[in-house]
Structure formats: C-alpha cells, structure tokens
Design a binder for this molecule. Structure first.
Ligand SMILES: Nc1ncnc2c1ncn2[C@@H]1O[C@H](COP(=O)(O)OP(=O)(O)O)[C@@H](O)[C@H]1O
Ligand SMILES: [Mg+2]
Length: 314
C-alpha cells in the first residue's frame, strides 16, 4: 500500500536510536520530539505527534510473528478504499525489523467504555460492524484475525486443565472443572470447526478501540484484522470483558443486525459465546486473587451461559 504523506525519516531515526539505547527511553524522552502518549496503548506505543502539518497519530509496534504494522496499514487502506469512513486516514507505513511505525490521522471522540449512557454509541458500533462484515476480504483472504476459535479452544482444552491440576486441592478448582465438563457436553469445539463463510473482521473487540463523538463513531487499532466468521465475531464481541457493562437486553435486540439471524448462525453463536466466556474465565482464574471481583462475575456469567440459552437468560 502506498504512503500518502512523507515519512519523517529524521524523527524515526531518532526514535529508533533511543529504542536501541533502551526501549524505555521511548516513554521518557519523546515529549521533546513533540510526541504525547495516548492513553490505553498497552501493546504498542501510541502517540499524538505535533507534526509540521498538524497533529497525527503515530504508532510504534511490538515485534512478534504477526506483522502488526503492515496489518494495521493494509486494513486502514482496505476499509477506506471500500467507503468505510469511520476510521483514521492512513498516512504512511515505515517497516523496520526492530521498531516498525505507522501514522494515521487523529480521530475525535471518547472511548465507549467511558460513556455514562453507551447504548446509542453501541448501536452505531453495530452498524459499522455490519459494514465491515460486508466488505471483500481483500489482502486478508488467508490471514485469520487474532483471537480465533482455534486459539480459544486450545487454551481451554490444552493449557487450562494442566494449570488447574497444579491447584487440585483449591476450592475453586472443582467448580472450574465442572464448568469445563459442562462446556464439553455442549460439544462447542466440534460446532466451531464446522465450515462457515469467511467475513472480514476488525479483530480486536476491546470497546476501548471505539471512539464516540456523537453522532459519529470511529474505530482504531486494526493490527489484528483478518478473516473470521459472523457467529464467532458477534460472540467474541459480546463476551469481551469490555462489553460487560452493556445490558444483555441491548445485545439480544442487536443480534439480527450482528448477522446472527438464522438457526445455523444462532447455533454457532451459542457455541462461540460459551467458548469465549469460558476462555475469559480461564484468563481471570489465573488472576483470581488480584482480580477477585471480575473472576466472580465471570464465574457467574459462564455458569448462566452453560445452563441456559443467552436469548432466554433475561
Ligand atoms: N487515530 C487515532 N486517533 C485518536 N486516538 C487514537 C488513535 N489511535 C489510537 N488512539 C487512542 O490510543 C489508544 C491506544 O491505541 P491502539 O491503537 O488501540 O493501541 P493498542 O494496540 O496498544 O491497544 C486507543 O484506545 C485510542 O484511545
Ligand atoms: Mg487498542
């Protein structure tokens, strides 16, 4: 994909020199370069940069198997080329083996989880998700999104049981094993391996990535984009921890707009929902002492989902 603005090579040289001296210098020495950290950047370093042409968002990426920078830049170009306007404008991508960078326009808005009354914003989110689902896969035909059914099922079936074995005598363990057994009885792993049409997916369901400047909604953080399927994406979104404060009644009313609108998709959605909720329980179980309240919430959530169909929960 082509850069639409000049790459600031001097700035990037300086940032990479700091990084080579000590990665933490990117947190302490960047203000003098006109870079101000944006809250919420957890995996990467995300800055508002006061460039000569005005403020832009500059993102420096962590290195791992996925080429996060290319993925974000390609996704922003892909969705913009198909007329989706609720995204930052991609400006340039500068690959680098240690510290790849992407710049994009700044978008306005408040993160959806910070809103006192989020239901209007959530409806806007769901409408954008509908636009994204309808896009061709483009450069993502063979690249899965992050947080797939396979990765969640692997964690539940391969990683978690042996972790539980290490705490066999802890009171929580029997309960966790009971929920795992309930999940196995639903046969969700088998349902999720049945073929389903691929859709384009943003790939990161954290509601912090959605910024509301009513009536406009924007979505940032495209480094995990890839293909998915309708039922998995809807369930992974609804069961993301960041979505807990949203009423189930609202989610249930929005299911048809999320594409969960026929028997086959509803069945796959139910399997996906239990799987996602249980995967989060396995994550929170590891933090059961430090994040006791969230762990308890999730235990209750999973118990409800194992015993009853979502739509008849409330
Ligand atoms: N283009 C942008 N315009 C305005 N704010 C942004 C932009 N990109 C990111 N942000 C803010 O920075 C935060 C972190 O950026 P994000 O791309 O989500 O990084 P991470 O991959 O670390 O989660 C976002 O949650 C959002 O609040
Ligand atoms: Mg993010």
């Amino acid at each position: 994909m082509q850069n639409t603005a000049a790459v600031p090579t001097d700035l990037l040289d300086e940032l990479r020199a700091l990084y080579r001296r000590a990665p933490d210098l990117l947190d302490s020495e960047t203000a003098r370069l006109g870079l101000h950290p944006l809250s919420g950047g957890r995996n990467n370093r995300v800055f508002a940069w006061s460039s000569a042409d005005g403020e832009v968002c500059l993102k420096l990426y962590r290195i791992d198997k996925r080429d996060r920078a290319a993925c974000e830049f390609n996704a922003l170009n892909h969705v913009a080329a198909h007329g989706v306007t609720n995204v930052p404008k991609p400006l340039w991508h500068d690959p680098d083996p240690d510290l790849p960078a992407v710049a994009m326009s700044m978008v306005a808005g408040e993160p959806v989880p910070d809103l006192a009354e989020p239901s209007t914003a959530i409806r806007a989110v769901v409408s954008v998700l509908g636009q994204l689902r309808a896009l061709p896969l483009g450069p993502f035909t063979d690249l899965p999104r992050v947080d797939t059914a396979t990765s969640f099922v692997d964690r539940i079936t391969e990683v978690w049981p042996s972790q539980l074995d290490e705490y066999a005598s802890e009171p929580h363990t029997a309960d966790m094993r009971g929920l795992l057994d309930a999940w196995h009885r639903h046969n969700d792993a088998a349902v999720l391996t049945e073929p389903a049409p691929r859709i384009f997916s943003h790939g990161d369901s954290n509601l912090l990535n959605w910024l509301w400047a009513g009536p406009e909604i924007s979505v940032v953080d495209w480094e995990f984009a890839g293909y998915s399927d309708t039922a998995w994406d809807a369930a992974e979104f609804i069961e993301h921890l960041s979505a807990h404060p949203i009423d189930d009644a609202l989610w249930i009313s929005l299911l048809p707009e999320l594409g969960v609108d026929d028997e086959a998709t509803r069945r796959r959605f139910a399997a996906a929902q239990r799987t996602v909720a249980l995967r989060w329980l396995s994550v929170l179980w590891k933090r059961r002492h430090k994040r006791a309240e969230e762990f308890e919430y999730q235990r209750k959530r999973v118990t409800e989902l194992m015993n009853s169909d979502f739509v008849s929960l409330r």
